[in-house]
Design a binder for this molecule. Structure first.
Ligand SMILES: [Zn+2]
Length: 107
């Protein structure tokens, strides 16, 4: 399997439940070749770097999935809020990518 095929396959499988993730908006796939050894990692939009483990012929996305499902990922949280478009969630919509709202300095 070539990297392009792998990437294409992953793009399809990366849709988490009903959420659509768009590269490079939501994540960035980084593949490095060190001495013929491929290493892959994903930089999430929330700023987290997730290393992918290789399973013989392909990379496993379980780490990335676990990250998306965890509470750490602010990108998924904001995406879920967008999807639900529920006004009750607006108050906790801490989008780290908006620099003009510096209210959440307690973190
Ligand atoms: Zn994330």
């Amino acid at each position: 399997m070539t990297i392009d095929e792998w990437h294409d396959k992953n793009k399809q499988s990366l849709s988490l439940d009903n959420l659509k993730l768009d590269e490079p908006d939501n994540y960035k796939l980084v593949i490095t070749n060190t001495n013929g050894k491929l290493n892959a990692s994903i930089t999430c939009q929330c700023g987290s770097l997730i290393k992918l483990f290789r399973n013989r012929t392909y990379f496993q996305l379980s780490n990335f999935y676990n990250h998306l499902k965890s509470d750490k990922c602010t990108m998924i949280k904001s995406k879920q809020q967008q999807t639900s478009s529920d006004d009750r969630h607006n108050n906790q919509n801490n989008n780290n990518n908006q620099n003009d709202t510096n209210d959440n300095q307690q973190q």
